[in-house]
Design a protein around this ligand. Sequence first.
Ligand code: SAM
Length: 178
Amino acid sequence: MIDLGCGPGLFLRDLARRDPSMSLYGYDVTPAMIVYAQGLTWPGVTPTLVVHDVTAAPLPHAAGAVDLVSMTSVLHVLDEPLPVLAEIRRVLSPRGLFLLHDWIRQPFQSYLAWRRDGLGETGPEHLGRAFRLFPVHNKYTSEDWQWLLAEAGFAIRHEAALRQSHRMFVATTAAAAG
Ligand SMILES: C[S@@+](CC[C@H](N)C(=O)[O-])C[C@H]1O[C@@H](n2cnc3c(N)ncnc32)[C@H](O)[C@@H]1O
């Protein structure tokens, strides 16, 4: 299982706690994230945690070798998501799953309220940050994500909102769905 853009490795750590027998891989472009993840206490074998820019190089996995790829709050950052989605599709096994969890667009007023209530950002100094991040976090609608996944050859099997700001899509390769 791969967590792409794994950040500090907390999702992988939680997965390892549920099933220490899984083969886990975490990739992130930011070295400090990988160092942090490597320093966590792992219940089983420490996952393979490697600095990797997913826009610059293929994943170091054979075609069809991976059962689950997850990506949380990463794809919206990338200038060109389609080549990365194609690479995810390449490594997934025929019955493999892609778990995409990412920001969805919301009106500025509710984004601001979310930052205030969810993050405790209240002072005027936070307003500049909210204006700066608004176009980053509010880039894609749910329909845009659905279109991108279909365009990349994925079929959505399930979707859900675990929080107001994000949407989760569970997808298989379109061939597997058919
Ligand atoms: C908002 S964080 C999310 C981290 C983690 N997935 C989580 O949910 O806690 C986005 C992460 O994507 C990573 N990232 C951004 N561009 C990347 C790229 N081209 N290749 C790999 N990782 C990337 C960043 O370094 C950062 O750790």
